[in-house]
Each structure stands twice: as C-alpha cells, then as structure tokens.
Design a protein around this ligand. Structure first.
Ligand code: GLY
Length: 584
C-alpha cells in the first residue's frame, strides 16, 4: 500500500493515469459537492424541523429531548412542558429555574385555553420604599441583593398545570432532571462562555462559586457539570410535590439564606405562595385568533394592541423589512409600550386596569389615526422610561399528537437571577423584585418609572413582559410562540406572528428573520445588526427615527402547523446555539 502522495497500486482502476484527468474529475466532484452543500445549507437555514406526531422546542437540547421522550412515553403537552422545564433548571441555569417564576399557556386539542400564572410575589414585608436607603433610590438593593428576591413560583405553577392536565405521574416528569443534575452533563461551548462571564458576579456567594466553577476557575466546554445539591432539591420535589419546595428542608434553607443576607423573604412567604389560574387575553387579527398571557404579564395586551393597530393597513410578503413597514410597526409599538407603563400591573392589586379598552378595535383605530405615514412621533421624556433590562428568560413550546399545546416562558429575571445559590439546596434565586418600579412618584429619563400600578407592595406580583402566545384559525391551532428578552419579548413574539401570518414565512424563516424593537422610551428603533439595509435606515432617519444596532434580540422557540399539509414545524432560535427542536 502506498502512502499519501505515493504511486497508485497497480490494481488502481485508471493505471496508467493522466494526472490531469484525475484532478479534473475530482475537481468536478468537489464543485458539485460544494454547490450541493451550499444549496443544502441555504435550505437548512430556512427549513424547520418537521414532524407528524408532536414537537418540543426549547432553548437547550437535552431539555427538548427530555420533553420529547415524555411525549413518546404517552405524556401530553403539559407533561412534556413540565419535564422540559425541570430539565432546563439543570441544563440552562441562566434562566431555567426552580427559584424563579413564569407563565404557562395551555390550549387543549378541543380548543379551550387557560393561563397559569406562577409569577414571583413580593414578600409580606415588601413596601414601595423597599429600594430606598435614607430616602435615596439604591439600584443595587433593587436588582442585586437579597431584597431583590421574590417568592419563587415555578414549582407551584408547574404542579398546578400538571394537576389539571397531566397524564403521566409527577415523579416521572421530575426524575429526568434529578438524573441530569446528579450524573451531570457535558457543558456546551455557549454555557462555558456564559459561566465564565458570570464568575466575577458570583464571587460574593461561595455556594454559587462552588456550583458553577471549579473552586473559582471556569469550566471548559466538554467538562461535566454535576449539581448534587440541586439533585437532592429536585428529588424532594419529585417525591413530595410543591411541599418538597415550599416547606421542609428546601424552604428552611431558602429562609436561612434570606436571613443571613438581609432579605425580607420568610418561611411564611414561601408557605403562602399560590400559583393562579387566569383567563387568557384574546384578540383577533385578519381572521386569526390570538391567545396570550394576561396581567401580571403585559405581553398579551401589548401584542393584541399592536396587532389591532396593524390590522388597519395591508401587509403582504413584499412589505417585509421596508421602511414603511418598520415605521408603522414602530409607531404601533411606541403606543402600546406607553400604555403598558401607564396602566398595567398585578391585576389583583389593580382591579381598575382598562384592559377592555386597550384590547378594543376602536381604541386601536384612534391610535392608528394618530400615526403619520411619513413622520416619526416623539415619545415625551417627561412621561415614562425604563432601565435596560437583561435579555435572560427562557421559552419552550410543545405540541402533542392530540393537538394539545403548551407555551411556557419562565425566568430568574437577570441572567442567573440574583446570582445567589441557596447553600445546601443548589439552585439560584431570582432577582424579580427588580421588575417592580423603583420609587414612588419618580419617573425620569434615566430609566426609572414611579407610576402606581407596578409599585412593590406585600404579596403583589411584579409586571412582566413574558408572552407565551398561540394563534388559531377557525378553531385550529396554527402557531405556538414565545421568547426571552425582557421587554423585547413583546416585539419578538409579535414579529414571529406577523412574519408567519402576513409575510408568509414558515416557522424557521419567521424565527430567523431579523428583528427590531421600540419601547416608547428610550425613543429609538433598536435593530439587529445588518437586519435593516442602509437605505432603509436612511429613510427611517429622514422620517425622524433614531436607530441603534444590537447584536441580537430574543431567542424565540416556535411551533407552526402548516394548514395545507398538517406538518408540524419546529423552529429553534439559532441566535442561541443550544436551542433545539425535537419532533417525532
Ligand atoms: N423578568 C422579565 C419579565 O418578566 O418580563
């Protein structure tokens, strides 16, 4: 046998050979392969995962696979969502959680929809002035302290949804997460990067450093992350349900850490926590039905309000990305975000919220009439503004073979929440109190809002933007969507809807398409780098819009049912390389 570059053996098929003819045919084959791979990669760039029986799309691969295994095992959409959510608490620690909160929207195959609210609550000792020191607002207290921790809702919420819809035993849904925590899993390059970036912020908390580093040194991609304390906490939840979290050893460990760090959250707050069943927000858009999350999320109301405004204009595939479309969508966003700041908060503390008006077509008509077709409006700087919000949160979408659907968004607020791992319990606590307004009466351009609906108060839920959403037509499910991203969630979810319904995109095209965001104040269009052409930007700027590029926006995890073929399309958002769609 000759080595590389040696003479071919005598039995070689073209011996004696013309070296040119070999390299020519090799070249032709290579060119064909190259063109083919180009074509495939273009197709791959826009082709969703396709399946017939069910789909799970989540921000981390192992969690999506845990959900898919549940579906294959005879579980339904809620079973799979619960199992995937617990798995995310292990494999996606930046936002997957048992120490945070969120929302789950469920729609049965027969068409009834219900929303589960497991948003964190303010502890009983929280007051509107909680974030002031000697009368002065302290952002650290608000966002990065034990006072920033809200009463977690995730375990209660997942259990409530399961108790009403679940088919498989509770334990079967939690055990895969216990196993992932105990046996560990290989750290992806993205997780290794994110843990390395977080290390400095975790240094104040020895239990956090112990859990997410090797004695203060960062993990490398490919190394195994084992979380023994977390496995024990999850095991208590598997065996005892919510009692295994809100009472007994886990609750005592949380209360002890709160006391040690000067928090106000107590054992009584934990025991008193209840997830709630809410009536979803509904709207219509060009003959489609929109079903989304009601307050304490602002998401459903804002999305329906924006769609109601857009409905008055024709939008087709040829309009995607044009300056006129971006301008119209921006002006609709601007108005909905202004209303969000002015009116929305915890419905149990704000019974007077004008929800019906905000969702009405007549109100949208009046807002649309206030929009000039060639001139940007101006957001008034003496009304409402917000601090920059972390893009962390995570979303998963599930569809089962009977047509039951689950859309679940949950969060710790910031990436890795408060960065406080409960010693002995192995999970991160949220810093969701940061979603309350900062200080009564203080609204200014530095990003503070002081309006009453979302001031901290005992037992109150803080306003959210999380927007688990579904779209149906004539009772048939068409789309399950949701995303992380703080306030950008609302516009990311909106854009996945408009991309599919108006611009005719499949699920993956709708997720891949460049995004933009406007939130009233700061008064600027924030767009994904290279997502708007220089010509479009120039036209928008001539109209009076300020623009700002960012690297990326959101991580939508979307399922679409093709109405013509019945194929289920799953689209994971490749802005986060660990996202995955798994179907069967
Ligand atoms: N913490 C992000 C949200 O709830 O919108």
């Amino acid at each position: 046998m000759t080595g590389m570059g040696g003479n071919p053996p005598s039995s070689y098929p073209c011996n004696p050979c013309n070296p040119w003819s070999i390299s020519k045919s090799v070249a032709v084959v290579l060119i064909i392969l190259f063109l083919l791979s180009g074509a495939l990669s273009i197709m791959g760039a826009t082709a969703p995962e396709r399946a017939r029986q069910g789909m799970v799309v989540a921000q981390e691969r192992l969690a999506a696979e845990v959900g898919l295994a549940v579906l294959k095992d005879g579980g339904n959409a809620v079973d799979a969502a619960v199992a995937s959510a617990f798995a995310l608490a292990v494999t996606y620690p930046a936002a997957g959680n048992i120490g945070g909160g969120g929302f789950l929207l469920h729609r049965s195959g027969k068409g009834s929809a219900v929303a589960y609210d497991f948003r964190e609550k303010a502890p009983a000792k929280a007051l509107p002035t909680l974030f002031l020191v000697d009368g002065k607002y302290d952002p650290n207290r608000h966002h990065a302290s034990h006072l920033a921790v809200g009463v977690p809702g995730t375990v209660a919420g997942l259990h409530l949804a399961w108790s009403r819809h679940g088919r498989l035993p509770w334990k079967r849904l939690v055990i895969p997460a216990v196993r992932l925590a105990k046996e560990g899993f290989a750290i992806s390059p993205a997780l290794a990067d994110s843990l390395r970036r977080e290390l400095p912020r975790m240094k104040a908390y020895p239990a956090s450093l112990a859990q997410f580093s090797k004695s203060g040194n960062p993990y490398e991609a490919g190394e195994i992350l084992r979380q023994k304390d977390l496995a024990r906490s999850l095991n208590r939840i598997a065996k005892e349900g919510p009692k295994g979290f809100y009472d007994g050893e886990t609750a005592a460990l949380i209360a002890r850490e709160m006391q040690r760090g000067g928090g106000v959250l107590t054992l009584e707050d934990l025991r008193a926590y209840e997830a709630k069943i809410r009536v979803p927000v509904t709207g219509s858009y060009r003959g489609f039905e929109i079903v989304s999350m009601p307050p304490p999320s602002s998401g459903g109301i804002a999305i329906v309000e924006i769609l109601n405004i857009l409905e008055g204009w024709e939008l087709g595939p040829q309009d995607f990305g044009s300056a006129r479309t971006i301008h119209r969508m921006t002006e609709a966003m601007r108005r909905a975000f202004s209303d969000r700041a002015q009116f929305l908060g915890d419905p149990d503390s704000n019974p007077e919220m004008p929800v019906e008006k905000l969702l009405s077509k007549s109100y949208a008509n009046s807002l649309r009439n206030s929009i000039s077709q060639n001139k940007a409006s101006v957001s008034s700087t003496n009304t409402f503004s917000w601090r920059n919000e972390s893009p962390q949160t995570t979303h998963l979408s599930v569809l089962d073979r009977e047509g039951n659907a689950a859309s679940l968004t949950f969060t710790l607020e910031d990436s890795y929440g408060s960065r406080i791992v409960v010693p002995g319990a192995g999970f991160l606590l949220n810093n969701e109190m940061g979603d309350f307004n900062a200080e009564p009466g203080r609204t200014d351009v530095t990003g503070l809002i002081g309006t009453p609906p979302n001031m901290a108060a005992p037992g109150k839920r803080m306003l959210s933007s999380m927007s688990p959403t579904m779209v149906t037509r004539e009772g048939k499910l068409l789309l399950i969507t949701g995303s992380p991203g703080g306030r950008t969630i609302i516009n990311t979810v909106l854009e996945t809807i408009v991309n599919t319904l108006d611009f005719g995109m499949n699920a993956q095209e709708a997720v891949d398409a460049p995004r933009f965001h406007h939130q009233w104040l700061p008064d600027q269009i924030v767009y994904e780098l290279n997502g708007l052409s220089p010509d479009t930007l120039r036209i928008l700027e001539t109209m009076g819009h300020k623009t700002k590029a960012v690297r990326s926006q959101g991580a939508a995890q979307v399922i679409r049912v093709d109405p013509k073929t019945g194929w289920i399309e799953g689209a994971a958002d490749r802005r986060d390389p660990d996202s995955a769609a798994r179907g069967w």
